[in-house]
Design a protein around this ligand. Sequence first.
Ligand SMILES: Nc1nc2c(ncn2[C@@H]2O[C@H](COP(=O)(O)OP(=O)(O)OP(=O)(O)O)[C@@H](O)[C@H]2O)c(=O)[nH]1
Ligand SMILES: [Mg+2]
Length: 218
Amino acid sequence: MVVLRHISVAFSAAMAAVGTALFIALNIFYKRRVWSPESDYYTFREEEEERSEKQVLVLGLDGAGKSSVLQGLSGAGSRKGCRPTRGFNFISLHTPACQLDFLEIGGGEDLRMYWVDYLRRTHILVYVVDSSDRGRLPQAKDELHRLLKADTDLPVVVLGNKQDKPDAVSVPELREALSLSSVADQRKLFLLASQSGSDGLSRTCSLQKFQDLLLTLV
Ligand SMILES: Nc1nc2c(ncn2[C@@H]2O[C@H](COP(=O)(O)OP(=O)(O)OP(=O)(O)O)[C@@H](O)[C@H]2O)c(=O)[nH]1
Ligand SMILES: [Mg+2]
């Protein structure tokens, strides 16, 4: 009887050890498969650093046209079907020099507080402004200057978007409204006019011109 009890205890201990080992192995195996926006983002970052990838952060108030610009860059064409971005939006552009990874964070009031968190992981900031939304230009200016203050070295390209609209402010007016002349001279800051129509960033700021500028800045 005593021998049988010893065998039973030894068997239970062995089963427990096998179970624990299996649990640990499965945990390691499935660790990266548990989805969360953060884990996805960091996995993407690890892979990005291994290859020659540069991140372009695309910010601006809600409705400025960030998703439409990305759609134009991706070659998707028409700006129809853009919905407000509730979290983030991502596209990659392959160029001979490197891969440009564009990351848009939604411009809604509730998302703007997270914008600064993404600055330290990015190589260029593209700030999109709705040139026809005259009433919100002061707000667009304040948000832009908050970002400029948070990272004083990051190259910035401001896109004065929706230039096709009849009430759009001109580029010189936009420079004034966004107080860009107050930005330090040594800062790499560019202001381009754009319109994200059916042929992408055509006419006022061609896709090629925009892309070439980004490549000189990364
Ligand atoms: N006329 C005109 N409309 C544009 C232009 N760019 C974007 N739009 C329109 O503006 C609206 C908002 O565009 P989105 O690209 O969704 O704006 P967003 O900046 O991504 O907005 P959030 O994701 O909410 O932060 C859409 O109805 C677009 O079709 C443009 O250059 N000209
Ligand atoms: Mg969007």
